[in-house]
Design a protein around this ligand. Structure first.
Ligand code: NAD
Ligand code: ISE
Length: 336
């Protein structure tokens, strides 16, 4: 069976997902597209040779009888309404992170899905599908370094656009760490502190960069993460888990070690699209396969909700400069 996909949002990651759904992965094709910018979306589909119908609104695309499942890759603030419309139409939906830009919004999605009575929503936390993170999790679960005690992490982007301001280093960037650490450690967060130190001259006016975020978990694990989105030198994701008997680290992406021009070293990737390119493929292939079977296997709406609650606590902690509790309800049986 070929799953007919409707894609909402044909920007950076929407175009990447459209190409992989249409040409790289098995069992799906893009039959419908929608974007606020019609001309750019249609030009993209033409150039990419994706014969999809353009719909003037997200809602019209969701309602279209030929659309069997939806990929939401629009801006974060649009996600809640679009995901709720998919649930109302009973259509499976893969929503890029964040599920919603507020915890209340994510809660509304969880409630609508539970009321609908069937899991329909997957959130685009692709790091869970990354071979490096999976190998790290397998080592931790096997007790290779004993119980985890500390995590030292970094999420560095070379630069971000002018529209990336305010709390986006939490809601758009750190949200990946929020999801992946609780998955990696089989744990939940209890508190957070956000420390803004010296600001880089390369950050634009509306952004404090870098920041350090300290999370504590129920088991007492302390996680420090540097979020540095104007670091200039590369797209660099680090994660080192200190256990009772050793340190387990996220493997670096495969690069060729070089001795050249009187230097020794290896390249650092500059682009998130390349750093996680295989993870996006694995993630979406698994989503297609599970959707055809009528299941959600990946990060679900509850995971999206937990991420939003945690992100909101981070924003509060940044404003108050205090250690801020993270109050998470227990996972409902529906999401077991
Ligand atoms: P982008 O700005 O390049 O593209 C967003 C597109 O959505 C634009 O074409 C815009 O016109 C369209 N759009 C915005 N609001 C819309 C609406 N209401 N209805 C229809 N179309 C709408 O942004 P991007 O970098 O592609 O990010 C899109 C989403 O994907 C964001 O939520 C972002 O956080 C997420 N993202 C995830 C990853 C990842 O690693 N998983 C990477 C990049 C982006
Ligand atoms: C972007 O939206 C992503 O999701 C990337 O993975 C992340 O590194 C970047 O900071 C975000 O803006």
């Amino acid at each position: 069976m070929t799953l007919n996909i409707g894609l909402i949002g044909c920007g950076g990651i929407g175009q990447e997902h459209a190409r992989r759904l249409q040409f790289t992965l098995n069992g799906a094709r893009v039959v419908a597209i929608n974007d606020l910018h019609r001309d750019a979306a249609v030009a993209f589909a033409d150039k990419a040779q994706i014969p999809a119908t353009f719909y003037d609104s997200a809602d019209a695309l969701i309602q279209a009888p030929e659309v069997q499942a939806v990929v939401v890759a629009s801006w974060g603030p649009a996600h809640e309404e679009q995901v709720l419309a998919c649930i109302a139409a009973g259509k499976p939906v893969f929503c890029e992170k964040p599920l919603a830009v507020t915890a209340e919004g994510a809660r509304r999605i969880v409630e609508a899905e539970m009321k609908h009575g069937k899991n329909l929503v997957q959130v685009g936390f692709m790091r869970r599908y990354d071979a490096g993170y999976r190998a790290l999790k397998a080592a931790l679960d096997a007790g290779t370094v004993g119980d985890a005690l500390l995590v030292h992490a970094a999420h560095r982007n070379p630069a971000v656009p002018e529209m990336y301001v305010g709390d986006m280093n939490i809601t758009d960037t750190f949200i990946h760490e929020i999801d992946v650490f609780r998955w990696l450690l089989n744990d939940e967060y209890t508190s957070v502190q956000v420390i803004e130190g010296r600001k880089t001259r390369h950050a634009h006016a509306g952004l404090h960069d870098p920041v350090t975020i300290l999370l504590e978990t129920r088991q007492g694990i302390r996680i420090d993460t540097e979020i540095f989105v104007a670091c200039r030198f590369g797209y660099d994701i680090q994660c080192h888990v200190v256990g009772e008997t050793g340190v387990a680290s996220l493997p670096e992406p495969l690069t060729v070690p070089l001795r050249s021009n009187a230097r020794q070293g290896s390249g650092i990737l500059m682009d998130w699209k390349l750093r996680f390119i295989e993870s996006y493929d694995v993630e979406l292939q698994d989503w297609i396969n599970a959707t055809v079977q009528g299941k959600v296997r990946g990060p679900d709406a509850w995971d999206g909700y937990v991420a939003s609650v945690t992100a909101e606590a981070c924003i509060e902690a940044r404003k108050s400069k205090q250690i801020t509790p993270i109050n998470l309800p227990e996972r409902p049986a529906f999401y077991a």
